[in-house]
Ligand binder design. Structure first.
Ligand code: AMP
Ligand code: MN
Ligand code: MN
Ligand code: MN
Length: 293
């Protein structure tokens, strides 16, 4: 039976993870093999603001017998905060999407130099060069690469401690950055034939009013889904975003947000099922799923 024909709510879908093409530590091929070993049936690689790993991920998925959806995770600025929008099932050759992602990536180099200056003022030298050692894609230097440097040099024990003490609003190394606009990100994804999903909503520090505005505007722009089950959600988050998905008429997505065997608490495919009342986002993407050969 094909992916499109079977009842899918309890399918082991993992539609959120990162490779060395952004801030993960594994190659797309190693992620595909790990997903397969962990029982994943439908997979998407969702590198930050970048689709350079899609062709490799897709062929590795097929070699491993996994169904595949194209993916990316777009950085958006909304109400002064960074929000992540996952795009799934788009045409990776779409020119407007490619240009939008390239524009969103632009400015990461300069931001990284400013982050290093801010860390130097706090007494931590050489952070730019130190972070670069961990960067697989020079366009995609991210806070995660700085976090690895701060762990390597013993400034912090692990990346969780880094994000408590550094690199976040009000802490050394934080540089506010203007990412894509919410409406643009959703339009790029939809224009390329895909569906847009609000990533890990439980992680944002919004007031209830701001969160309501995010969901309303996302829906009004044509956004289709929300990550209900994701590596950073506890049981209370799953319950809350199940209700929000129903209230806003959004489908639900499921993704580990796996970055690295050493750093990620949630491994590929090792997630609870989507709660029963929800429509899985992959039900809206059956014609975009690339079935294994
Ligand atoms: P950037 O896109 O450069 O702002 O970096 C954001 C990335 O930093 C995220 O995609 C995560 O990989 C990582 N990150 C952000 N906050 C945390 C956190 N609290 N704990 C661990 N990693 C985090
Ligand atoms: Mn990341
Ligand atoms: Mn994210
Ligand atoms: Mn992510």
């Amino acid at each position: 039976m094909s992916v499109a024909e079977r009842p899918t709510l309890w399918m082991n879908a993992d539609l959120h993870c990162h490779s060395v093409v952004s801030d993960g530590t594994l190659q797309p091929e190693a992620l595909a093999a790990r997903a397969k070993a962990n029982g994943v049936e439908l997979w998407a690689l969702t590198d930050h603001d970048e689709i350079g790993g899609q062709a490799r991920a897709q062929s590795a998925a097929h070699a491993a017998g996994l169904a595949y959806l194209t993916g990316t995770e777009i950085s958006v600025t909304f109400a002064g905060e960074t929000v992540h929008i996952v795009g799934l099932g788009f045409d990776p050759e779409n020119a407007e999407l490619r240009e939008g992602l390239a524009r969103t990536r632009g400015g990461r180099q300069e931001r990284a130099r400013e982050m290093a200056e801010s860390l130097a003022q706090a007494g931590i030298r050489g952070a730019y060069e130190g972070a670069l050692k961990y960067v697989g894609n020079p366009d995609l230097i991210s806070r995660t690469h700085f976090a690895r440097f701060l762990v390597e040099t013993g400034v912090c024990r692990d990346t969780n401690e880094v994000f408590r003490k550094y690199l976040t609003d009000g802490k050394p190394g934080f540089v506010p950055h203007r990412w894509a606009n919410l409406g643009d990100a959703v339009r790029w994804i939809r224009g390329a034939g895909g569906q847009a999903v609000i990533a890990h909503p439980g992680r944002y520090k919004f007031t209830p009013t701001e969160e309501y505005a995010l969901f309303s505007e996302f829906k009004a722009h044509g956004g289709a889904g929300v990550e209900v089950v994701t590596g950073s959600h506890g049981a209370a988050d799953v319950l809350k975003y199940t209700e929000m998905a129903q209230e806003f008429g959004l489908a639900a997505s499921r993704g580990s947000d796996f970055h690295s065997p050493e750093e990620s608490r949630c491994d590929l495919g090792r997630l609870p099922d989507l709660p029963a009342p929800l429509t899985p986002i992959w039900d809206l993407l059956t014609d975009r799923v690339q079935a294994p050969a």
